[in-house]
Write a protein that binds this ligand. Structure first.
Ligand SMILES: Cc1ncc(COP(=O)(O)O)c(C=O)c1O
Length: 391
């Protein structure tokens, strides 16, 4: 029985667009106007001061972009959300909002390559101390015993699909009095809701699963109103605003988010099992597999294990180079989370900007294949993998 609170599938379709005015089109329009006009200066000023709702200038707010923000806010069950031109804009603006010279951030070695670059190159340059911990032991908790302003986590990780125990680590972050941020790009709110597990903020690359069609860049941050309004204020001045046409495409994609994620999660599980029994495969990384080190934690904190499977071939990097071009139903491209299957090695995808030494330090095998399962027929994908792996 539904007690009146809409569930994910209903929110994916309706949130942010439930109230068109009478006689208006049923779809959120793309409002391309940069500025919004006012006849009355007092009204104009009141909107500018935030006393009346409305828009002044699209670098700050825009109706199409606001609908996207409302949808992701509802899906993450957050008090507020703001949006960005890309996932990296969301992450870098969020970190810059809260970190100043002399501050310290704790994270893990194994995060998306762009985020890892922020940690290794840009934050230290801004005078922020960065401590990157291994994920397998209690290193994060130990690192939090020293004063720290931000704890930044990503789970499951890109591209090795490590699962971090969010309940445990977020509790440690709270105890240490740090702001906690979780990148939920891989899981999406359909499979995991970090705010419910105690995170202060959730960040997204909307470019991936949220949009789901590989045709729009975007990012989002969700959390409590006071935190999000500080990030929004930083973004309205620094200017990494989401474009209204991208917002429209993301909104359209998000209406099928629940269906795509359910299908991709189901397929990924079958494919992970199938690959595990292929003699050409040395190791499969997928939290849905019972033997995966992250399985039990994933089972506790995720509703589904997600649509990405990573694997290593027996023949290592050379075998990977021969295997990828043989795939018929996969884009060989630096992306994930789309309706089409996408495959690639970390050196050309998640960690393209990293050096081989940095990938090694993050525990990422050079020969790894990241396989983002699309919505194609699962049997066809398995047959495709089989033929591409055949000797
Ligand atoms: C986990 C994760 N976070 C953030 C990003 C960055 O997103 P964008 O490419 O939209 O800037 C990516 C991109 O692949 C990602 O996989």
């Amino acid at each position: 029985m539904n007690n009146g609170t809409p569930r994910m599938g209903t929110l994916a379709v309706w949130a942010g667009e439930e109230d068109p005015t009478s006689g208006a089109g049923t779809q959120v329009p793309i409002v391309r106007s940069v500025a919004f006009g006012y006849h009355d200066v007092s009204e104009w000023e009141a909107v500018g001061r935030g006393q009346t709702t409305g828009d002044i200038y699209s670098r700050n707010t825009n109706p199409t972009v606001r609908a996207f923000e409302q949808k992701i806010q509802s899906l993450e069950n957050a008090e507020a959300a703001t949006s960005f031109a890309s996932g990296m804009a969301a992450i870098s603006n969020t970190l810059s909002t809260f970190l100043t010279p002399g501050d310290r951030i704790v994270s893990t070695r194994d995060t998306y390559g762009g985020t890892n670059k922020l940690f290794l190159e840009f934050l230290p340059r801004q005078g922020v101390e960065v401590e990157l911990c291994p994920t397998e032991d209690a290193a994060v908790e130990t690192a939090l015993t020293k004063e720290c302003q931000v704890l930044y986590l990503e789970t499951p990780t890109n591209p090795t699909l490590k699962v971090l125990d969010l309940t445990r680590l977020l509790k440690a972050g709270q105890k240490a009095g740090t702001l906690t941020i979780v990148d939920n790009t891989f899981a999406t709110p359909i499979n995991q809701q970090p705010l419910e597990l105690g995170a202060d903020l959730v960040v997204h690359s909307a470019t991936k699963y949220l949009g789901g069609h590989a045709d729009a860049l975007g990012g989002a941050v969700c959390g409590a109103k006071d935190l999000v309004s500080r990030i929004y204020h930083y973004r309205e001045i620094t200017g990494a605003a989401l474009d209204p046409t991208a917002a429209y495409l993301l909104l359209r994609g998000m209406k099928t988010l629940h269906l795509r994620i359910e299908r991709q999660t189901e397929s990924a599980m079958v494919i992970a099992r199938h690959l595990s029994s292929n003699p050409a495969i040395a190791k499969v990384h997928y939290p849905g597999l019972e033997e995966d080190p992250g399985h039990l934690v994933a089972k506790r904190q995720m509703r589904g294990f997600g649509g990405i499977v990573s694997f290593e071939l027996v023949g290592g990097t050379n075998a990977m180079r021969q295997f990828l071009p043989r795939l018929r139903y996969a884009h060989r491209a630096a992306n994930l989370g789309s309706v089409e299957t996408i495959a690639g090695p970390p050196s050309a995808t998640s960690h393209v900007e990293s050096t081989p030494e940095e990938r090694l330090a993050a525990g990422i095998p050079e020969g790894l294949v990241r396989y983002s399962v699309g919505i194609e027929d699962t049997t066809d994908l398995m047959a495709d993998l089989d033929q591409a792996l055949a000797p």
